[in-house]
Design a protein around this ligand. Sequence first.
Ligand SMILES: Nc1ncnc2c1ncn2[C@@H]1O[C@H](COP(=O)(O)OP(=O)(O)OP(=O)(O)O)[C@@H](O)[C@H]1O
Ligand SMILES: [Mg+2]
Length: 227
Amino acid sequence: MVDAGLPTYDQTDYGIKLIEEERRRIARELHDGPAQALTNLSMRLDIIKRLLETDSDMAVKEIIRANSRIVTAVNDIRRLIYDLRPIAIDEVGLICAVQELCGKYERDWHIPVRVVTADNVSSDFSPAKQVALYRLVQELLNNIKKHADAREVTVSFVREGHNIHMTVEDDGKGFDPEVIPDGHFGIVGVKERIAYLNGSLDIQSQIGAGSRFAIVVPVYKDGSDGL
Ligand SMILES: Nc1ncnc2c1ncn2[C@@H]1O[C@H](COP(=O)(O)OP(=O)(O)OP(=O)(O)O)[C@@H](O)[C@H]1O
Ligand SMILES: [Mg+2]
């Protein structure tokens, strides 16, 4: 049979599933974050209106509080927009893109987010796989931001033959990877994506002792060590 370069149904189904999952995640983040904040704000404005007639000092305090909530909501929306923007992976390559992402998170979170890259790691493999790895780092870093309360984060890359080893590590509060509550899909999605890339994932985490996600994916055509 002639390969027309068309995706198989399996690939198409998988692609559609990923898009739907992403839409669900964005919808939930908008609902839980900015939408709830703005609903709350609307109620606060009613209270402020009444306070203006009875207790203007309190009204001023409430306005200051309301303003800081608006700033938080705007920051949440900006973060979502940043996460959603397509990345020009062909131009910059995975490593530079991750360095840029970590630089941004370092500035936003005010903690060190280091990228350690072994000399033999290069970004000369399929752009689609580079984007997939980039999105994995993004989800794991967002989890660190949301859950870990970390003081330091390290993302590292090492090459071994055909494989790229990518590790995302934090020194935060840790969790039990065997117990993921219902309704949380980030790590499930990470596992699925890695399986689709024929890779493997090892999660080491303990309550109070940080978390370490070690991902190995075959990406290099040349099986030498790259040096
Ligand atoms: N780096 C981390 N440090 C501490 N806890 C974590 C970390 N990563 C994940 N967790 C825990 O694992 C749970 C599952 O993570 P997962 O990404 O699947 O869901 P979520 O982030 O809660 O929601 P979402 O579906 O938006 O990703 C989190 O709720 C959190 O309790
Ligand atoms: Mg998550």
